[in-house]
Design a protein around this ligand. Structure first.
Ligand SMILES: [Fe+2]
Ligand SMILES: [Fe+2]
Length: 258
């Protein structure tokens, strides 16, 4: 089983970068599943029904989200009805959407789980206990499990990776928009990386126009943020796993759009 996970798609430029590079990656790596983090897909913050549909139409099997999941109210109904898009599972029960899903291709079932950290970002419950509960639910429903741990703190993501080692196929981090160099298969057979990065403009500051970000840091005034359009890249990881659900390799894919 080969799984391609694409990090936070930022704005229209991120979506266009995904559209142009996904066919290349499909041909080169022939992934069985493609999962995309879409929390910044709409104008750089949040996701809408239109942008989610666009990503699914490009061939994503599932979309994960993060702290910007609820930015656009118009998507709430869609989060309730579209099973291929998930928001952090440890958000309040009863809030729009679901936190895990199962997608199937050629008889292989992939469980996808979205979690939020609690350090420097908000969540209603511990991602550790939440993951345990979800894995119990997925035990007979999925052949492989992918966890997208959306968190700011590297320590929290490393700890979750160890907590889940041997129990999921892959545990990948998102949210910082900066790819880390620690991708590896942990001893129990879980592919791990602290942060996959982002699919958007590397010429900005984690997706934002750099002049605006610098201005806000420099002056502490309320500077409006717009999405940068300079130097787009796609950041992803490719995970390969055996039939037993254990990963055998994880490869980092960092591709410029042109
Ligand atoms: Fe993000
Ligand atoms: Fe985020």
């Amino acid at each position: 089983m080969k799984l391609l996970f694409v990090a936070d798609v930022v704005g229209g430029l991120g979506r266009r970068t995904l559209a142009s590079l996904l066919p290349v990656l499909r041909e080169r790596h022939e992934p069985d599943f493609v999962v995309v983090n879409g929390e910044n897909a709409a104008g750089g913050v949040g996701i809408t029904r239109k942008t989610a549909t666009e990503i699914l139409d490009l061939g994503a099997d599932a979309i994960t989200l993060g702290n910007h999941a609820y930015r656009h109210r118009e998507v709430y109904g869609y989060l309730d009805t579209e099973e291929r898009i998930i928001r952090p599972a440890n958000y309040p029960k009863g809030s729009p959407g679901r936190g895990h899903t199962v997608v199937e291709r050629d008889g292989v079932r992939l469980g996808v789980v979205n979690l939020s950290g609690m350090l420097f970002v908000q969540a209603a419950r511990s991602p550790f206990a939440e993951a345990d509960a979800i894995l119990a639910d997925l035990r007979d429903r999925a052949d492989h499990v992918l966890v997208d741990m959306h968190a700011e703190a590297t320590s929290e993501k490393v700890a979750l990776g160890w907590h889940l080692d041997g129990r999921v196929t892959a545990c990948v981090g998102t949210h910082t928009h900066v790819p880390t160099a620690d991708f590896r298969v942990l001893p129990g057979g879980t592919a791990y990386i602290t942060d996959v990065g982002m699919t958007g403009a590397r010429g900005g500051v984690i997706g934002v126009k750099r002049e605006q970000a610098i201005e806000r840091f420099r002056t502490m005034t309320n500077v409006k943020f717009e999405t940068s359009d300079e130097d787009p890249w796609l950041n992803a990881v490719l995970v390969e796993a055996g039939e037993d659900g254990r990963a055998v390799s994880i490869e980092q894919l960092l591709l410029p759009a042109s």
